[in-house]
Design a protein around this ligand. Structure first.
Ligand SMILES: [Fe+2]
Ligand SMILES: [Fe+2]
Length: 483
């Protein structure tokens, strides 16, 4: 062996050792990061893991006096080398990469002489959830406040930033509508449908739901009247996945449920537009034609070339989504059998989306909370009690997208419900009309906020108002966030 090759080999071995220690450190960092969200600082498990993290750091600093982690595209670099993750660590690595991005951290440097306490303080600050528009600045100022001097951060370069979650959720929403339009057109032409794409869309919807349920529920205020059935199907799919998640279905089940909901009205391709959009009451014959769509939808699904890749529940949902809890409704059942769970979930979401959408044949458009109260009147007969109650719990008394008049004279748009039952009447709202009656692009306020002087709530909802009466376009506010 020449001296040169010996040198290169030692260099490689050192590099590999550093790699391994750096990955170990990140994995431990992840564990502490996660525990911090669950336990207080004096928790034993946390103490133990922080100790291990600190030990990892000691080993790492012996191998490399310089300790920095950099986020670049889909990779994390330790000093100058790109870290390789095993399959077992891959999800941890993805998680960290995303969390760094969310906080706009591009580079994290740790000075080797950091103490255990300072390290814990730093991880604690880094680990906190951030909702502000300037997470990086917030973290830096907290590090200074808490005397963390041995952890230094650099901001992520603009080109490394991902689009905001709102932006990508809205994009996904419109992509789904476009996809469904393509599906319908292909189906009319007897062409093949790509179920894989549909499945991937629903999976992304699920991922977004986990991150930001409220915003996604807000998107269902978008009602495109020209493409009612398409828009409606996407809304129902979104609501159904959110509701199924609340009911405890697994991820795989939720994707099936989302798919089934997505295609629930596929049969309407066959319903003549004059009937679908007829102002006023349908004649008996017209109604009969309209009521064929469950059958027609199920038949279309069965005939798909990719039928085997479709969950069986999709056929059930197409067939049964107009059957009520007491088994009346249509298509009329010859044998009174129970309907599928997914059909019952879709039924609730379908009804809600339909009556909150303005239609030529219906005199009244229900506001979101009027719709819930109407549905409650039919609990047990039309809707399954457990499913409807869970839906109402999810939507809140004033669902996301409702407009509310406040006791300050302001008008607010509900953007997020408070999950604590005692605060059901106190959601977070965006002020869109000020107390002088002027339209404003106001801040988002929390109705649980108390005025320290009077010790009373700063704002309280007086009543829900109908956006139509005020000439306000609710979807615009959700879309504005997505621009
Ligand atoms: Fe339907
Ligand atoms: Fe429907």
């Amino acid at each position: 062996m020449t001296e040169e090759t010996a040198k290169t080999e030692t260099k490689q071995a050192v590099g590999q050792k550093q790699q391994k220690l750096a990955v170990n450190f990140l994995v431990r960092f992840y564990i502490v990061f996660k525990i911090l969200r669950l336990y207080a600082e004096n928790n034993e498990l946390l103490q133990e893991q922080t100790e291990l993290l600190y030990q990892n750091l000691q080993e790492l600093k012996e191998a490399s006096p310089e300790i920095s982690f950099k986020v670049k595209r889909e990779s994390i670099f330790f000093n100058q080398t790109r870290l390789k993750f095993s399959l077992a660590n891959y999800s941890i690595f993805k998680f960290l990469l995303e969390e760094f991005r969310k906080r706009e951290i591009g580079l994290l440097t740790i000075e080797p002489d950091i103490s255990r306490d300072e390290l814990l303080r730093a991880v604690n600050i880094l680990g906190q959830k951030r909702t502000s528009a300037t997470p990086f600045e917030e973290i830096v100022s907290e590090l200074v406040q808490q005397n963390v001097e041995r952890v230094r951060l650099e901001k992520l370069e603009a080109s490394e930033k991902l689009p905001s979650p709102e932006k990508s959720a809205a994009r996904l929403f419109f992509l789904s509508i476009l996809h469904l339009r393509e599906v319908s057109e292909r189906n009319k032409e007897n062409e093949q449908i790509r179920l894989n794409t549909t499945r991937r869309l629903i999976q992304s919807i699920f991922n977004h739901l986990v991150d930001n349920e409220s915003f996604l529920l807000g998107l269902t205020t978008i009602k495109n009247h020209d493409e009612y059935t398409l828009n409606h199907s996407v809304n129902v799919s979104l609501l159904a996945v959110a509701l199924g998640r609340r009911l405890g279905l697994s991820r795989a089940e939720l994707v099936d449920l989302g798919l089934a909901a997505f295609f629930h009205d596929l049969g309407k391709i066959e319903t003549p537009l004059e009937i679908l959009n007829k102002p006023g009451q349908l004649t008996d014959d017209e109604r009969k034609i309209m009521e064929l769509h469950p059958h027609q939808g199920a038949e279309k699904l069965v005939r798909l070339r990719e039928f085997r890749r479709l969950p069986v529940s999709a056929i059930h949902v197409a067939m049964e989504h107009h059957i009520k809890e007491d088994l009346t409704g249509y298509p009329r059942l010859k044998i009174k059998n129970d309907v599928n769970l997914y059909s019952r979930i879709v039924k609730v979401c379908d009804f809600f989306d339909a009556i909150t959408t303005k239609r030529v044949y219906r005199k009244k458009t229900f506001t979101r909370s009027e719709a819930l109260s109407l549905m409650l009147e039919n609990i047990g007969t039309e809707f399954n009690p457990v499913i409807l109650k869970t839906f109402i719990q999810m939507m809140g008394i004033f669902p996301v997208g409702s407009l509310v008049l406040l006791n300050t004279g302001e008008v607010g748009l509900v953007v997020e419900n408070n999950q604590e039952t005692r605060f059901l009447l106190r959601p977070r709202v965006k002020i869109i009309v000020d107390s002088q009656g002027q339209k404003v692009d106001g801040e988002v306020v929390d109705l649980t906020e108390v005025d320290p002087q009077t010790r009373k709530f700063r704002r309280t909802i007086v009543k829900e108002i109908n956006p139509e009466d005020y000439g306000l376009e609710v979807p615009d506010y959700f879309l504005a966030q997505a621009m």
